[in-house]
Design a protein around this ligand. Structure first.
Ligand code: VGL
Ligand code: ZN
Length: 213
């Protein structure tokens, strides 16, 4: 299958930040290996949007905020439901929250920050984890007539997955470029992501679909 790009397409590059890459606070295995492929793909898009996980200190998603809780293993009950707990990561203004220095997409049009409210996490670039608070990204894309969205970046089973699912639910055509994303893979989270993608109509493709014939 070959993918022909349109002027109404956008590439969303999710959370390619120092803390999510090897050596960071919450490293996603192989996250650095996808950078060259993301560069090659971004060069083909007229419209590129980046996201940045951007947490307050003592964020609700940090295990350290909840005495006795362990990152990865434990959860807490937030007013909006179960919240996974993570190591401290992507704290506003710290070097770990910066976009990875190897990431080089000068024609990026928007960098969207998310997860900045202390009491609400936001895996999705569209809707925070309370499933109600919008980030404004849907309005931005609609106002600009960008209707078909391609997702790459980190992590496949959290921020990429939740963003692609939210986009599909909001009426965007939503496509994940699977080999340009990597998973945290906590405990069945990759299978759960793929099941949800099928249910909502998120398409999964390979970057090979973009090869110029
Ligand atoms: C992410 C866990 C916590 C992600 C962000 O970018 O997928 N995962 N915060
Ligand atoms: Zn986070």
């Amino acid at each position: 299958m070959t993918m022909t790009l349109r002027p109404t397409d956008a590439l969303l590059v999710i959370d390619m930040q120092v803390d999510f890459l090897p050596g960071g606070a919450l490293p996603v295995a192989g996250g650095d290996a996808i950078i060259p492929g993301i560069h090659a793909l971004a060069a083909r898009f007229d419209h590129v949007i980046l996201t940045q996980d951007w947490h307050s200190p003592n964020h609700i998603s940090f295990a350290s905020t909840h005495p006795g809780k362990q990152p990865f293993a434990d959860t807490v009950q937030a007013p909006y439901g179960t919240q996974h707990l993570w190591p401290d990561h992507c704290i506003q203004g710290t070097p770990g929250a910066a976009l990875h220095p190897d990431l080089d997409i000068p024609h990026t049009e928007l960098i969207l920050r998310k997860g900045f409210r202390r009491d609400i996490d936001s895996y999705s670039a569209f809707t925070e984890n309370d499933q109600r608070t919008p980030t404004g990204l849907a309005g931005y894309l609609r106002e600009r007539g960008l209707t078909r969205l391609f997702f790459v970046g980190l992590a496949y089973d959290f921020c990429v997955g939740f963003s692609a699912l939210a986009a599909a639910r909001l009426g965007f055509q939503s496509i994940v470029v699977e080999d340009l994303s990597r998973a945290v893979n906590l405990h069945g989270t990759v299978d759960a992501t793929n099941t949800a993608f099928s249910a909502v109509g998120v398409q999964r493709i390979s970057s090979a679909a973009f090869l110029i014939p």
